[in-house]
Design a protein around this ligand. Structure first.
Ligand SMILES: Nc1ncnc2c1ncn2[C@@H]1O[C@H](COP(=O)(O)OP(=O)(O)O)[C@@H](O)[C@H]1O
Ligand SMILES: O=C(CO)[C@@H](O)[C@H](O)COP(=O)(O)O
Length: 495
């Protein structure tokens, strides 16, 4: 039998890095190494030193390889999928000039509003880039930096996204992919290239930006001697362009390209995201019209407050995260970080409907309901914007794929099931982003199209995949939470 070969798929997300050591033939996750990140910032600020990500990548790869028991010589490729949108600014030598501004840093909300107005409104941005700038988008962060930290902006030789920064450390090549590039708001999903007029408006130049590879699975180079030494891997193995974390989860699920389309996905992590792979370019101001890793489309909506916000409420109440019961009359909108969907960047959390008999367990349940409602309503808006009626029984009956750390949690699964009334598919592998990155790495190492690779890997259902039939939708809670959000948005939440 030929010796086993593996690829390493890296998920560098907000809270941690995971490195999945994956069998190239079967897709089996042989081991997952992990290392935590530090996120700093008060008020609307959220920053991480990019060197923390690099160190975490090294630690996670070392831990994964050790746990797998394999020799480093078995590794034939590596790819990074990263949290989207973050602004990394580098000097001429490739050293970060300051901590990166993260996707959930809301300080650039005024710059987002100004950019929308300058181009003549949201529709102009949708037509041009696919996406209307909100505080998460990289373009707004770059403008914020120029206005608020001109010394760093002035010293910036190169601008990168989190995954580009790490890929460059691996291969010594400045490269990105259509998926992550589409979250900058200076890349056009209509032309598949950077938009020169927008770059001009922002005071950027293509020489400051990475080349956009055709797909996230393209081999953009080889692991350099320096990176090989730092990671304990063989020099010369394939390095893929990589992509954004949501795009990578889509690849890991086998969505897009020649694979399944229009299957909605809900990711429960620091962010709550909903997305569906599509061959048609979405043109709606109600969603982010991102590209997929292969340049097709990944319409997506994202909330800022999901698992981290609910865990915070559990901590405040002194409860375990699964001690929750349904919220009863209590409504809790856990917008602790401000919110992006709906666009309420200066909002904070809101609690209403308290009674003498309200229990701590109900308050925690209300936090789950508030977070789940927000992302599920975004799913309905996303479906509508894609021309699908969420109330149509055929559309409502399509299983919702549940991924991200929260999908491993009983209360998350029950809350989403009850509020959506949809059948759920919870893949046994909790690490879809890392698995997608592994498929990109395998593609770069010569194993073919990444979606086809992931589809082949997923062909054998795992014992741990869960298919949950629909339960009756809890419309009473749905309407109660929706009515509080609609009435409170303007006076209380800063809309
Ligand atoms: N068993 C579990 N039950 C509920 N939540 C979980 C469980 N395991 C992890 N999580 C949640 O998953 C989150 C991390 O998910 P992940 O998708 O890795 O996040 P990110 O990509 O944002 O770093 C944590 O905030 C944690 O609350
Ligand atoms: O901003 C978005 C999507 O547009 C987020 O989904 C980030 O990509 C961060 O993801 P997680 O750390 O929550 O996985």
């Amino acid at each position: 039998m030929p010796p086993r070969t593996v690829v390493i798929g890296v998920d560098s997300s907000t809270q941690s890095t995971k490195a999945a050591v994956t069998d190239t033939e079967t897709g089996e996750l042989l081991a997952v190494g992990r290392a935590a990140h530090v996120v700093n910032g008060e008020g609307g600020a959220r920053e991480t030193d990019p060197e923390v990500w690099w160190q975490a990548l090294r630690d996670a790869v070392a831990a994964g390889l050790k746990e797998s028991g394999l020799s480093a010589s078995a590794v034939v490729g590596i790819a990074v999928a990263g949290q989207q949108h973050g602004l990394v600014t580098l000097d001429r030598t490739g050293r970060p000039l300051r901590p990166a501004l993260l996707w959930n840093d809301t300080r650039s909300a005024p710059q987002a509003a100004a950019l929308v107005a300058e181009l003549g409104g949201p529709e102009a941005w949708t037509a041009r880039t696919g996406t209307v700038p909100v505080a998460s988008m990289t373009a707004t962060k770059w403008r914020w930096l120029r206005e608020n930290d001109p010394a760093s902006a002035g010293a910036t030789a190169f601008v990168r996204l989190p995954h580009d920064f790490l890929t460059e450390r691996l291969a010594g090549v400045a490269a990105t992919d259509p998926g992550d590039a589409s979250g900058t708001c200076w890349y056009s999903t209509a032309t598949g290239a950077y938009d020169p007029e927008l770059l001009d408006r922002l005071g950027l130049d293509t020489s400051m930006l990475p080349e956009v590879a055709a797909t996230g699975g393209a081999r953009i180079g080889s692991l350099t001697e320096a990176a090989a030494g730092a990671l304990g891997l063989p020099a010369g193995i394939a390095v893929a362009a990589g992509t954004g974390d949501n795009m990578s989860a889509a690849v890991g699920l086998g969505l897009g390209g020649a694979g399944l389309l229009d299957h909605p996905v809900l990711s429960l992590g620091t962010s709550g995201t909903v997305f569906a792979a599509s061959r048609t370019r979405p043109a709606s101001t109600a969603l982010s019209g991102f590209a997929a890793a292969d340049g097709t489309y990944l319409p997506l909506a994202c909330t800022l407050n999901c698992t981290l916000a609910v865990d915070k409420v559990a901590t405040l109440l002194g409860l375990h995260r699964d001690d929750a019961t349904p919220g009863g009359e209590a409504v809790l909108l856990p917008y602790l970080d401000g919110e992006r969907t709906p666009d309420l960047p200066t909002s904070s959390g809101l609690l209403t409907g308290l009674r003498h008999d309200t229990t701590p367990q109900q308050l925690l349940g209300a936090a789950y309901e508030g977070a789940a409602f927000t992302v599920l309503r975004a799913l309905d808006e996303l479906l509508l914007a894609c021309g699908l009626d969420p109330a149509d029984p055929e559309v409502a009956g399509r299983p919702l794929r549940l991924v991200g750390g929260g999908a491993q949690g009983r209360t998350w699964v029950e809350t989403v099931r009850r509020l959506s009334g949809r059948p759920l598919l919870v893949p046994g592998s909790g690490e879809l982003v890392a698995l997608g990155a592994a498929a990109l790495a395998a593609s770069a190492a010569g194993y073919g199209d990444p979606v086809a690779v992931a589809t082949r890997w997923n062909a054998k259902p795992s014992d741990t995949d869960a298919e949950l039939p629909p339960v009756e939708r809890d419309t009473e809670t749905w309407e109660r939470v929706g009515s509080v959000l609609d009435r409170a948005a303007e006076p209380l939440l800063g809309a």
